[in-house]
Design a protein around this ligand. Structure first.
Ligand code: ZN
Length: 200
């Protein structure tokens, strides 16, 4: 199952322990836990097919919070000849798609889903030294890490040395052992890598 803004949710979100009836289609399947979704309509379980196909659209339920303000700013810069109304419309559509069809990323703190190049980014995994090394290619890795921060004010000296895990984090269960986590996103339209981070 492919998700536009989330790579390999079976690894980075995981399913509930056993097959359960999906709250939407009622079929017994491996489902995502809906308990931590936002909105007034509470879901217990939703299958990947129902989530991906937009079955949340009709419900007051959403899985994340997009950084809509920044998205509009990026779209305005990219398309200076579009009217405010057109920008609102494009940004609103992207925001709706993100918040309604993206698996829920478990984080320590609440923060908005980052955007780049006029679109929301795709979550591609948890940050670790080997993962950043792989992504940095020829760029010195610490420099690459620093420049990947979504907002420069989020960066702190010492993070690379003291807080970025030495071992790669293969799935969400691995992530549980860290009280500081780095979340790595990729632009859908360029090679830009974006880092978010938080701690408990
Ligand atoms: Zn379903």
């Amino acid at each position: 199952m492919k998700f536009k803004y989330f790579e390999s949710p079976e690894l980075y979100v995981g399913f509930m322990d056993t097959e359960v009836p999906c709250d939407i289609c009622r079929q017994s399947k491996m489902c995502f836990d809906g308990e931590s979704f936002y909105g007034t309509q509470k879901l217990g379980a939703i299958c990947p097919e129902c989530l991906a196909s937009g079955k949340l659209n009709e419900l007051d339920s959403f899985t994340c919070d997009g950084d809509l303000k920044n998205l509009k700013g990026q779209l305005r810069e990219l398309h200076p000849n579009l009217t405010d109304e057109e920008i609102q419309h494009i940004a609103g559509q992207k925001n709706f798609e993100l918040e309604k069809t993206t698996p829920h990323l478990i984080t320590w703190q609440d923060w908005s889903w980052p955007c780049a190049d006029g679109d929301y980014c795709k979550f591609i995994g948890y940050g670790s030294k080997p993962f950043y090394q792989h992504l940095a290619k020829d760029i010195p890795v610490e420099e690459f890490f620093k420049s990947s921060f979504y907002k420069t004010e989020f960066y702190q000296d010492g993070l690379w040395t003291d807080a970025v895990p030495e071992q790669s984090i293969q799935h969400y269960e691995d992530s549980n052992q860290y009280s500081t986590l780095f979340y790595v996103f990729k632009s859908l339209h360029s090679d830009s890598i974006i880092t978010m981070w938080d701690c408990d």
